[in-house]
Design a protein around this ligand. Structure first.
Ligand code: ARG
Length: 408
């Protein structure tokens, strides 16, 4: 593919990989445009623009996409309780389609024919960028310099030095980190041994449970139609609520995840995550759903949730199935209003209370008091019919064999 004379919009992070990409694109005769998006990763945006321009970008854009990220990507994932492998709240996977969408936007603004990202050939992110672009802008071509050039890290460093690209000396950390408002991932280095316990230098958002306060802290999350809207009775926009909850839960050592994950490209990888807000929000949200949704919806939604997480993980955010599942999930969320109280203590988060104005829990029905409104007399007839098929089978076959097959 010749890039000579082509305008290319690159997803720029300010780090070594994407800085080298800017230079490399320029050397191919392309006109590189850098786009830095703030998704809450907490890096200084200002020098990023200057750095891209200094390296050779034709222009550099810095945009705050936190509100859009939270409203259009994180919010539907919360409603869907989306956890990949039952554990990972998907913050990276949710960010990539938005970054791709913004690259496309800038490509339209500057009249570019190509977009570029700094993903390697071993991960999920390349799939998410490429498939999203194919879904929303099939006329654009995606370039992935890091995947294609096969440079090792030392080679990249040498290349950077040779071309006057500033390499931060603090880059000594052996870890590869990705972060946004909804979480932080830490990979590589000693963590590649799945039996190696992560040392404390891995973590930035959570304290060690042993170092957490000796006093438990309660936090109450208020929800309206499936989305968190208040913290301890104070109404907050979702961006601020997540920021604040990251801080509170992180202080108590809540939000660490250590897992073996199945990447889309077939590799099993060892992942460490810190997601204090994401995990507590999803925990509270699931709890509120048990109060407000019917048994049938809860059972059916659980299977939808798993599929939803897989689609998100696998880069299929902008696809018809994902849109259809969103419609189902949104419909269920109309009833999910109320609040959940959690107790945070030394690495654990425990639900200790829940209230919902339209909760389906009825104390009058459930109570063991004699004045319960539940009609116990109706139970016997119900059970007779409920158990009819079992009784029928037993009559014909003489019952189910008692010796367990496992014992054989
Ligand atoms: N394993 C996670 C995922 O695939 C996190 C990946 C982090 N990305 C990165 N380039 N370090 O969603």
């Amino acid at each position: 593919m010749t890039l000579n004379g082509k305008k290319v919009v690159l997803a720029y992070s300010g780090g070594l990989d994407t800085s080298v990409c800017v230079k490399w694109l320029e050397q191919q005769g392309a006109e590189p445009y850098a786009l830095y998006l703030d998704l809450g990763q907490g890096e200084p945006a200002d020098d990023v623009r200057a750095k891209a321009l200094k390296i050779g970008a034709a222009d550099a854009f810095v945009r705050d996409a936190r509100a859009e990220f939270v409203e259009e990507y994180v919010a539907p994932a919360i409603k869907a309780n989306a956890l990949y492998g039952g554990k990972y709240p998907l913050f990276t996977a949710l960010g990539r389609p938005l970054i791709a969408k913004k690259l496309v936007e800038v490509a339209r603004e500057v009249g570019a024919s190509h977009i570029a990202h700094g993903s390697t050939g071993k991960g999920n992110d390349q799939v998410r960028f490429d498939v999203t672009t194919a879904s929303i802008a099939p006329d654009l071509t995606v370039v992935a310099p890091v995947r294609d050039w096969n440079m090792s890290r030392p080679e990249e460093m040498a290349y950077a030095e040779e071309h006057g690209i500033p390499v931060p000396v603090s880059k000594k950390s052996p870890y590869s980190v990705d972060e946004n408002l909804f979480g932080r991932s830490i990979e590589a280095g000693p963590l590649e041994d799945p039996d190696h316990e992560p040392t404390e230098d891995v973590f930035a958002l959570t304290v060690a449970p042993e170092e957490a306060p000796n006093e438990a802290e309660y936090v109450e999350i208020g929800f309206s139609e499936g989305l968190p809207v208040s913290l301890n009775d104070v109404g907050l926009p979702l961006v601020e609520l997540i920021t604040e909850l990251n801080r509170i839960a992180g202080t108590h050592g809540v939000g660490r995840i250590d897992m073996i994950e199945d990447r889309l490209v077939g590799i099993k990888s060892r992942e460490i995550y810190e997601c204090p807000a994401a995990l507590t929000i999803i925990q509270a949200h699931k709890e509120l759903e048990t109060m407000t949704l019917t048994k049938d919806i809860l059972r059916f939604k659980a299977t939808v949730e798993q599929r939803y997480a897989e689609l998100t993980y696998d880069g299929l955010w902008f696809t018809p199935l994902k849109s259809a599942l969103d419609a189902f999930v949104s419909e269920t969320q109309k009833a999910v209003t109320g609040s959940v109280r959690l107790k945070l203590y030394k690495g654990s988060s425990t639900v200790v209370g829940r209230t919902a104005p339209k909760g389906l829990y009825s104390k009058e029905l459930a109570t063991y008091d004699p004045n319960s409104t539940f009609d116990e007399a109706a139970a016997a007839g119900f059970i007779a019919l409920w158990g009819l098929p079992a009784r029928q089978w037993a009559g014909v076959h003489g019952g189910i064999e008692q010796e367990s097959s496992a014992a054989k």
